[in-house]
Design a protein around this ligand. Sequence first.
Ligand SMILES: Nc1nc2c(c(=O)[nH]1)N[C@H]1C(S)=C(S)[C@@H](COP(=O)(O)OP(=O)(O)OC[C@H]3O[C@@H](n4cnc5c(=O)[nH]c(N)nc54)[C@H](O)[C@@H]3O)O[C@H]1N2
Ligand SMILES: Nc1nc2c(c(=O)[nH]1)N[C@H]1C(S)=C(S)[C@@H](COP(=O)(O)OP(=O)(O)OC[C@H]3O[C@@H](n4cnc5c(=O)[nH]c(N)nc54)[C@H](O)[C@@H]3O)O[C@H]1N2
Ligand code: SF4
Ligand SMILES: [Mo]
Length: 726
Amino acid sequence: MADPTRTAYRTCPLCEAACGLELTVTGDRITAARGDREHVFSHGFVCPKGATFGQLTADPDRLRRPLVRRAGRLEEASWDEAFAAVEAGLRPIAAEHGPDAIALYLGNPNVHTMAGGLYVSPLVRTLGSRNVFTASTVDQMPKHVSCGFMFGHPLTIPVPDVDRTDLLLILGANPWESNGSLATAADLPGRLKAIQARGGRFVVVDPRRTRTAEAADEHLFIRPGTDAYLLFGIVHTLFEEGLVDLGALAGHVTGLAGVRDLALDFAPEAMAVVCAVPADRIRGLARELAAAGSAAVYGRIGTCTVEFGTLTSWLVDVVNVLTGNLDRPGGVMFPEAAHVRARTRAGGKGFRTGRWHSRVRGLPEVRGELPVAALADEIETGGEGQVRALLTVAGNPVLSTPNSDRLDRALAGLGFMVSVDPYLNETTRHADVVLPPADVARKGHYDFAFLALAVRNFAAYSPPVLPPDPDGGMDECDILARLILILSGRGAGTDPAVLHDHLLDQALQRAGGEVAELREKVTGDHPAERLLDVALRTGAYGLTLDELRAHPHGIDLGPLRPRIPEVLQTPSGTVELCPAPIAADVERLRAGLDRRRDGFVLIGRRHLRSNNSWMHNVPALVKGRDRCTLQIHPDDAAKLGIGTGGTARVTSRVGELTAPVEITETVMPGVVSLPHGWGHDRPGTRMTVAAANPGVNSNVLTDETSVDPLSGNAVLNGIPVEVTAA
Ligand SMILES: Nc1nc2c(c(=O)[nH]1)N[C@H]1C(S)=C(S)[C@@H](COP(=O)(O)OP(=O)(O)OC[C@H]3O[C@@H](n4cnc5c(=O)[nH]c(N)nc54)[C@H](O)[C@@H]3O)O[C@H]1N2
Ligand SMILES: Nc1nc2c(c(=O)[nH]1)N[C@H]1C(S)=C(S)[C@@H](COP(=O)(O)OP(=O)(O)OC[C@H]3O[C@@H](n4cnc5c(=O)[nH]c(N)nc54)[C@H](O)[C@@H]3O)O[C@H]1N2
Ligand code: SF4
Ligand SMILES: [Mo]
């Protein structure tokens, strides 16, 4: 008899770091997960979340069969019954009210599944609704917009070359807890320590002294929401002190004079008053970035989910350009992923937004979607174009999006709702049909999103670790294929193979060249594998699925290489440093200079053992002390008369909550911090562990009317609040 215990290798899908896991599989169960020491990118690194891979996949609360609402109650049903119910619910709404009456919300795990990478675009196209919303507008949309305008494509995002840089300036990111974002770098803390070990430095700008800040060479407190002022102060200094040096970029940059003129009003001495970073340090940072052999500025959540998100994201790369650090080793560089075609020529159509606007608030479309902060408006406001049905895929907007109590009520009033999700949680409890995908161990994995953001080029494919389980959820590509077939009018009973074949045909056609010849070569046991194989074969390195399968620890494709000018898709074929829509928004920033900044502001935070809203059901991750606390500075606590072990009431324009207080001088005076993704105390969910340790939902305080105008991104940091002892 064969040994029932075996080892399998698989990329961890739980965050952006893309670590290789070594899994011990006993029979049909994953009994251990550790770091894969031979992995070309992660070299054995694993975090506490990755280590619970087995428990997560075996969670007894995970849904294994669809749920259908009958007489008001969600009950288990067969897959055929569930898809028939979807068709019966959605088709009349589309027929009577048109495609915009059905909204779609796509959550974060879509960037961590192959179904998300391959089947979501066809789903969006088939739905044909203007009401598409995603977690991008509570996350990184400002970066897409700034890069779209500067480099011509919203996915052309430069990442810090952390393995070679001499100086890294980090704004609003905490990789010690998050493991990095928009910069795929397994063991980012280790890579940051390596900068110091080779004589370089890293500096952290954050309203909290985070673990990343503790490890840094320097930490600067900043008043939440004011990084654009700090960065403009740096830009001002670079021009004023003659430190601008484009290096090899000279000849590939336009708009330099425009930026210089805009920066005139933003002298460091005035900026210091607003952002609380001393003027001599603003000037010092400018000089140090200009003088370093190589340097990189990197910003994340704290620079995106703020009032001036797009301006801040733009200024990050303006500084990288002005110091000659864009596209050079040790600066910020453009990764080249194996599934993306090589580019040979600079120039393209460029980037635009606002092809349509949200019906109620008139917010512009960006990348084919509308701000999720506008979703409740679109559901609640009657009239032509009202959203009457919602499809969610891998999202929990009731905890993740601003003024979530309002959204919670709005979802309860929908005509029909479908959720593709393995959990019955705060959002999916509103659904009429819940379609649970098979667990991740039964899915193949390739990181379409994150290999294009990796700090070193590499490729890895993981085949499913466990075989399909007929009683363990449906393959997610099949679920999305069947939804697409329903929406396209082919009927709930249509074999998903029809759609899989259609997508393969399309991919082969797009590949160009001899279609029949390519079709002959394509391999793969699963539709997603075949689509990946086509992408790899036509991709920048001409790899194949078989080659990736033969390398379970990944294939290293080398350090990042300079890619300017070919990577640029702006109409001019240059880096457009001063895009008109962004320049126009500087007026808003200037107007903010005179604003009074007193009173408390709320910011968020992440914890290593937590993952947005959905991993609080894994016992190993939630044990120990309560992490959903309101952090407050000792001086503020004393003023308010709040002692250790006390609770505080926090009130914003839209909501109120009470939370246990954690008094700590790691947070700036005037700032309070509460993590997001908690608040698991609503009725009708099935997440036993999470419900036993619910925490409070910080997004009852964030304001859905407050968005960054260019990107539509919600403002989730720097929320004005009142704090009192409870
Ligand atoms: N205040 C505040 N709010 C925030 C943030 C913040 O910093 N502060 N951060 C924001 C950010 S960056 C993000 S990305 C969003 C996240 O916002 P969302 O994506 O809406 O929320 P998640 O908590 O990631 O929920 C993921 C959902 O996907 C389901 N899921 C997990 N795996 C799979 C799978 O393989 N397939 C399917 N179909 N479903 C799956 C889970 O059960 C869960 O319901 O939250 C945002 N909200
Ligand atoms: N353990 C864990 N890992 C995760 C996640 C998770 O929930 N848990 N979520 C994943 C997701 S979806 C994402 S998008 C990434 C996010 O990755 P990161 O951006 O690295 O994550 P955060 O920990 O939210 O870090 C944001 C930091 O910005 C600071 N900040 C808040 N406001 C401001 C401001 O105005 N200016 C400045 N300079 N700083 C500010 C906060 O104090 C915080 O330390 O993490 C991913 N990884
Ligand atoms: S850092 Fe991210 S990818 Fe790596 S093991 Fe942890 S959760 Fe998984
Ligand atoms: Mo995110």
